[in-house]
Design a binder for this molecule. Structure first.
Ligand SMILES: Nc1ncnc2c1ncn2[C@@H]1O[C@H](COP(=O)(O)OP(=O)(O)OP(=O)(O)O)[C@@H](O)[C@H]1O
Length: 238
């Protein structure tokens, strides 16, 4: 079964086509990297899947639910880390996490806050306001807000942005453990090592259309002798 199913998405902004009949799917428990050059339509796609933006036409199903017809069920099943995610700046980190836990309808918000603060090393930051935090620590808070309800489907836009190297390793391990527990992921990234470490599938888009879809090992087979994977992807994205 596909936990993310995108069919014929079209979206224009002021007459400019950002998505032009985009279709792809991510099987449940798979993790797919969404690759594409600047302006390819990755963020637009993520926002439509998250139910934050309406397509002009096309259908998206998340966990089998139609994002337009069943928005509550869709949203309950997913977590979304946008690029440059901003927590509520006038609440403390703890209040931000409690707020998301309450909105998500968690039965035990206290335990969920405890789990996610441990998982992302937020213990010393809980009483700080996000405005006073570094960008990397703010990214950790935003990640915590995206996963506190342990969603079945996780949409991540450049999840390792701003993180120091030890935190990157910690977050990679956390996301891989969520994957092992069955979380389906779609990860938009420009960094091939992020794709290789977190994903088993690759979806490449350009000018709002699908240009290639396959497994990481199928992608590796397309890399020419002496070529780096980044060079192969750049060649394919032209
Ligand atoms: N709110 C908006 N208003 C007008 N145009 C938009 C809007 N959002 C996106 N676009 C346009 O849609 C196209 C796709 O943008 P999008 O942000 O989805 O690309 P992207 O693949 O995420 O790019 P990047 O890698 O640079 O983040 C671009 O031409 C962009 O200028």
């Amino acid at each position: 079964m596909k936990c993310i199913d995108v069919e014929g998405l079209v979206k224009s902004f002021n007459g400019v086509r950002a998505l032009d009949g985009l279709s792809f799917g991510v099987e449940c428990s798979d993790s797919a990297a969404l690759l594409g050059p600047n302006g390819a339509g990755k963020t637009t796609t993520m926002r439509i899947i998250a139910g934050l933006l309406k397509p002009d036409s096309g259908i998206v199903r998340v966990c089998g639910f139609n994002t337009i017809k069943e928005p509550r069920l869709t949203k309950a099943c997913l977590g979304y880390l946008p690029e440059d995610a901003a927590p509520f700046m006038n609440l403390t980190v703890r209040e931000n996490l409690e707020y998301v836990g309450l909105v998500r309808g968690l039965s035990n918000v206290k335990d969920a806050v405890e789990w996610v603060s441990q998982a992302l090393g937020l213990d010393g930051l809980m009483n700080a306001q996000p405005a006073s935090l570094s960008r990397g620590n703010r990214q950790r808070v935003a990640l915590a807000m995206a996963i506190i309800h342990r969603p079945k489907v996780l949409l991540l836009d450049e999840p390792l942005n701003y993180l120091d190297i030890p935190t990157q390793e910690n977050v990679i391990e956390l996301l891989l453990s969520m994957r092992r527990n069955g979380t389906t992921m779609l990860i938009s990234t420009h960094i091939m090592t992020v794709a290789e470490r977190l994903a088993n599938r690759v979806i490449m888009i350009n000018r709002g259309r699908l240009i290639w879809e396959g497994s990481i090992s199928e992608l590796m087979n397309l890399v020419k002798p002496g070529e780096r994977i980044e060079e192969a992807v750049a060649r394919m994205l032209k």
